[in-house]
Design a protein around this ligand. Sequence first.
Ligand code: NAP
Length: 295
Amino acid sequence: MAEPIFRRLALLGIGLIGSSVARIARYRGDIAGEVVANARTQSTLDRVAELGIADRVELDPARAVAGADGVMLCSPVGSFAALAETIAPHLQPGAVLTDVGSTKVSVIRDVGPLVPPGVHFVPAHPLAGTEFSGPDAGFCELFENRCCLLTPLPGTDEDAVERVAELWRRCGATVELMEPAHHDRVLAIVSHLPHLIAFTICGTADDLEGESRQQVLRFAATGFRDFTRIAASDPVMWRDVFLNNREALLEMLARFTEDAQAMARAVRWGDAAYIEDKVERGRKIRRGLIELKQA
Ligand code: NAP
């Protein structure tokens, strides 16, 4: 077995993503010699202890990171600034600080200035998830055949970047480097806007008057049902994603709104060719995903 990448890895936040990393670390043995889990509430840590997926649990983030050579922020992105401020004085020189946040420009803005000299900051985002949250939701296969995007700033210690990349490879993901602002624009269209649409369409259906609302639920065919799966995601996590990728999300929403208006016009004027062309493009994208084994 290869040497563990980190002697001690502290996971700050141990929900879907953090507990999946913890489970993989436990199962493989070559990611961390020791895993320390931190959460906001004692009840989550009690559950983590019951599940036996960490070597140690710590309610105090400062104690959780003490002596760790790897620290991963796995809580909602809106909590990163306060967490970074709390842990900064306790990070050991040479430690690698990374995260799994769904936005990257805001994370670099919030965490970057608080990173002490000698600590290496490597922002990351594994493109994997489900609509479930909490420590029971994690599983070992979550990152398999998924991509993890790293967005280190120029000049970041190469060995630190490589250790984070290797962690994600050992979790089953492929790793790519990306510029942070580009990351946020890409994620706005492939993830954040679809979630915004799902939350909105469920709200619209829920606003319908009594009888038709019941019919929506009774006759929900795959279209609406698929939206409800996405809309079941954690409210705090998504609130933070929307607020921390505001510009890119609003830009993609404006483009989408224009395209939706164009579709509405085609429907109004009976432009069958336009409608068919859009549906055909949708099918092509779906076929492409299936070929890439990402569907
Ligand atoms: P989750 O299942 O809801 O778990 C969140 C964890 O963070 C919990 O352990 C929670 O502790 C802790 N936490 C919440 N608020 C906190 C605060 N203010 N300060 C400190 N800790 C706090 O979340 P998740 O789905 O794993 O997402 C975690 C991160 O991964 C987010 O930044 C998200 O953007 C990113 N991400 C998510 C997905 C996805 O699909 N879910 C995919 C890729 C990346 P308690 O249980 O004690 O409240």
